[in-house]
Design a protein around this ligand. Sequence first.
Ligand code: NAD
Ligand code: 3PG
Length: 394
Amino acid sequence: MSKQTVIKPLNAISEKGLNLFTEDYLIDENASQPDAIILRSFNMHDMELPSSLRAIGRAGAGVNNIPLDVCTDKGIPVFNTPGANANAVKELVITSLIASSRQMFDGVAWAKTLIGKGDDVPKLVEEGKKQFVGKEIQGKTLGVIGLGAIGARVANDALELGMDVIGYDPFISVDMAWKLSRAVKRVHNIDELFKEVDYISIHVPLIPETKGLLNKAAFDKMKDNVYILNFSRGGLIDDDDIAVALEEGTVGKYITDFPNAKTLEMKNTISIPHLGASSEESEENCAMMAAEELMEYLETGNIRNSVNFPDAALPYQGHPRVTAFHKNVPKMVSKITSEVSDVNLNIVDMTNRSYKDHAYTIIDLEGDIAESDFGALVKRLEGIEGMVTTRVIK
Ligand SMILES: NC(=O)c1ccc[n+]([C@@H]2O[C@H](COP(=O)([O-])OP(=O)(O)OC[C@H]3O[C@@H](n4cnc5c(N)ncnc54)[C@H](O)[C@@H]3O)[C@@H](O)[C@H]2O)c1
Ligand SMILES: O=C(O)[C@H](O)COP(=O)(O)O
């Protein structure tokens, strides 16, 4: 890279991650024309994407704050950091499961009200504690919706704590299926989970298919006094429906990492200020992984852990490289390779991978190639119907 590549952080990103960017990069939070953006939960939906933008790295899991379709249309890959914050979230889920079950949050808040009661405090504590008799989780049943990086960890650890665990995930990856304890009872109909469990922890992405997944219809199928833990996204739960369920006692407690104006006022709701991934370790892991993914893409065109591009990588051995992001339609690869041979260039290695409606091709070329030949090739590639973006890396 001849000039510095500009990285614009939209949130506070761990120094450990930012420090991985070499001297070829400039970190500038005020940049108006960055090459890449690195962010956490900053809402990019209302933001105009800079024309210079070539890649986005989400230091975290959820990407509902990023306009994915717009990025795909513009040929901008969005990366996230699968699993990098999963342990942090799991620890907070397990903590909250036990703490809410033992009425700790309410008890601790009540103890604060005793400030100023002087020598009466110990006596008031002993008299007041009967309001906060809780339940142990051992022997109870936990339902885990979504058995990905976080859900699988929560399920396995809950078993270790003596719970029975029912899991639901129609799209579980092979990797996660291997990691999940065989003692987790997997169901293929979510209603089976609803009717059996004492606690539910939800670990799915917020996408149109999961919006309001826990709503009146779902609450009506649950046992009375079920506890719901939501460390995924606020929009997964229908706020109006859970407010009613909390009033009626169908839901006994709602523990949410995503409070809003409505949930803050709801009965029996524990509000946590989105702390799931806020551990030093997780912030470092996510920032480092996002920085590595961005640098690999910017320097080699290889794609790892993108949520809108296919994973595609060729070992970078210094050959001049051309990448193309295009529609996933028949004959694209033959059109691309025939353009390469028409300008008398020779292919050393190539890969083509697809994801949904799009595909990504990486081609390594032989020899020293004149700037004018590259120019001619790129012009021809861009003329192919269905081509979104091309890049030359040398
Ligand atoms: N509170 C926090 O700070 C915090 C931190 C990390 C992640 N999150 C949230 O948690 C979510 C899950 O994170 P993860 O790292 O486990 O992601 P992941 O991609 O590893 O797991 C998500 C799982 O959900 C499953 N899934 C998708 N749709 C489903 C459906 N309709 N029903 C059941 N399962 C479904 C997928 O198959 C996958 O196994 C993220 O999308 C994010 O919104 C929150
Ligand atoms: O999806 C995620 O990774 C979490 O919600 C963490 O978000 P944060 O990086 O803003 O803490």
